[in-house]
Design a protein around this ligand. Structure first.
Ligand code: AHR
Length: 618
């Protein structure tokens, strides 16, 4: 029986509780949401000719291709390709991201920057090859001079192909310099220039998200500080964006940069939640303390964080607001949130956070600042973030704390009440990343149902959990660094997971308010259905050494014998650990734990459990 207290207290639910977390992981940006079809268009990859090949000409000779840096397009874009043609038919070939998928009769807009330093080459052909030697479309580019110039062309294939290639071949012998070779699909989301792949963008729009967190994740941190995400490198004309290695082991062209993120948030009606680097890379996570005086350029990084808010919210007459206007958006984007750092949780981070927050709040007191915390389970470390949040809250320096958890489905089922007793006076929660990780880390229905169960707890506590987002969002088949993910795709299509539909179901039907309710289950005619017990965790000194877990049927036959089940990888406080097959040992409050058994057919079984601590107490 479900009793709903309609006249009782109503709790308001955060209007943007359900949102999305976008990170360039699993080729989510280049080769994914970013619609560019040419891979390594600017020859800035670590292996500068990656995705490029040469085409033999007459006498079966290949052209010479060199990567050069003298007199580049601009200092942000230092490398370009130099080709030497010595016989007709020679060319260079780009295979896109594992082939270019094209459709018959559609118009593919292309562009390329060219010069012939010695003036020998005045025209080239740009052609689409089917992937097996058949020319599907060709365009002639004329008027090449000795200085860099951008040329545009259109290709319209005579056939479909999923493995097409772009071929650039000079018409004359000589030296040709080439950079920013680009080809886009016939349409992009909302037909924006330099736009997003429509099918993927529409899947995000249809999630009806209240907010979008970007650009990551670990991507914000970078592996080392030189590779940290700096938003100023990601705006303006694409040929002036400074590419960098991505944390996940491939290149990021920043074709999707901060302007595109802000624009997309506006397009889909989601609050933008940008995250900035706090002058701390992933490698710096291991340095527990640093004197901020040893970071002489810290001020510059803090200024970057202030400037991003001016770029988003400042008047078109301000320095950064003017650049936003120049980039096509005179009106402010009205950004309300800013995250500082990702998954960092030591003193070294807290000191940086404080320095950033103090300066940002002076200029933008109304913008809500997000403090990061460690991922779960991380026990004491995670708690230290909460303690810090308390301190920062008193000084008005924090508005939300960013929790992350990737745990087994059982953890989600056992934690649906996680925020029920949450102290309402504490910092609000941004559950910035979560996903149920089932066996083998595969997307499956059980994981999605566990997430749904957990989300009922988020909604019930929608007054303290202000925002929550599943992670990661995208994975390109064959290019996966992390699973499970919410949406999968290849070059031609996308497919969703049960977790996608759970997110959509909640976001489409989000409550404005919740009412108190009581569920009573009549179990009078059933044998015990849920069996459990508790066991003291003890402190570090008297840790629980093992738990005895046994399930017998009504005749006393042992169905599950988990005596002296070793508790693997015992850690203090929050988290979950497998004690033995089918048994999960998990703390609930920091001093007790619950043991949940996943034994088939509970009814009629008796259950016994005993735990012994290291000091011998039982
Ligand atoms: O979502 C994948 C990664 O998980 C994120 O980049 C990071 O924040 C977390 O560890």
């Amino acid at each position: 029986v479900l009793e709903i207290d309609g006249a009782g207290k109503k709790t308001a639910v955060s209007p943007n509780l359900y949102g999305i977390f976008y990170e360039d992981i699993n080729f989510a940006a280049d080769g994914g949401l970013y619609a560019e079809l040419i891979q390594n268009r600017s020859f800035e990859y670590k292996f500068a000719t990656e995705s490029w090949d040469t085409l033999k000409g007459g006498e079966s000779r290949k052209p010479r291709i060199k990567i050069r840096t003298e007199n580049p397009l601009n200092p942000q874009n230092p490398k370009y390709a130099q080709i030497e043609r010595t016989s007709p038919g020679m060319g260079v070939v780009n295979a896109g991201f594992g082939g270019i998928a094209v459709k018959e009769g559609k118009k593919y807009p292309g562009s390329i920057w060219l010069r012939s330093p010695g003036g020998e080459i005045s025209s080239v052909a740009a052609a689409l090859d089917s992937g097996s030697g058949e020319t599907l479309s060709s365009a002639s580019i004329k008027g090449i001079g000795t200085e860099w110039k951008k040329f545009e062309f259109t290709l319209s294939p005579t056939k479909d192909s999923s493995k097409a290639k772009l071929i650039i071949s000079p018409d004359q012998n000589g030296i040709l310099d080439m950079d920013m070779v680009s080809l886009f699909p016939p349409e992009t989301y909302k037909n924006r220039e330099n736009g997003f792949r429509t099918d993927l963008a529409v899947l995000l729009e249809e999630l009806n998200p209240g907010f979008m967190r970007f650009p990551g994740g670990c991507v914000v941190e970078g592996r080392v500080i030189e590779e940290a995400y700096r938003w100023k490198d990601t705006i303006g004309p694409v040929e002036e964006r400074k590419e960098a290695p991505n944390f996940w082991g491939y290149q990021q062209t920043y074709g999707i940069g901060f302007h595109e993120y802000f624009q997309f948030c506006e397009d889909i009606g989601a609050d933008a939640v940008p995250i900035v680097n706090c002058h701390m890379s992933f490698a710096d996570r291991d340095i527990p303390y640093i004197n901020l005086k040893d970071l002489p350029d810290l001020k510059e990084w803090i200024q970057d964080a202030i400037d991003v808010l001016e770029y988003a919210n400042g008047p078109a007459a301000s320095k950064w607001g003017a650049l936003r206007a120049k980039n096509g958006h005179p009106a402010p984007f009205n950004v309300k949130y800013l995250g500082i750092g990702n998954e960092q949780f030591n003193q070294s981070y807290f000191d940086r956070y404080e320095a950033f927050a103090k300066e940002i709040k002076k200029v933008y007191p109304e913008v809500k600042l997000i403090l990061s915390s460690g991922p779960l389970p991380s026990g004491i470390i995670f708690d230290s973030a909460w303690m810090k949040a308390r301190e920062f809250q008193k000084e008005g320096l924090v508005d939300l704390i960013d929790e992350h958890y990737y745990c087994p489905p059982e953890w989600f089922l056992a934690n649906t009440k996680r925020y029920d007793s949450y102290d309402r006076s504490k910092t609000k929660v941004f559950l910035g990343e979560y996903a149920a990780h089932a066996d083998g880390r595969r997307n499956n229905m059980f994981a999605a149902i566990a997430e749904a169960a957990f989300m009922t707890g988020l909604e019930r506590n929608g007054d303290v959990v202000e925002m929550a987002s599943y992670a990661p969002l995208f994975a390109k088949e064959g290019n996966v660094q992390w699973a499970p993910d919410m949406i999968w795709f290849d070059n031609e299509k996308a497919w969703t997971t049960p977790s996608y539909w759970v997110q959509k179901m909640f976001a489409d039907r989000k409550s404005e308010k919740t009412l108190a309710s009581v569920l009573t289950v009549d179990s009078s005619n059933r044998k015990p259905a849920a069996i459990g017990g508790s066991v003291g965790l003890g402190t570090w000194a008297t840790r629980t050494e093992y738990a005895d877990i046994m399930v017998k049927d009504a005749d006393g036959k042992v169905l599950y014998d988990g005596r002296k089940a070793k508790i693997r990888d015992w850690k203090p406080l929050t988290g979950s650990w497998s004690a033995k097959k089918n048994a999960i040992v998990q703390d609930s409050s920091g001093t007790d734990c619950r043991i949940l058994l996943d034994a088939p057919g509970w009814d009629g079984y008796t259950f016994s459990m005993k735990a012994r601590k290291t000091d011998g107490a039982e």
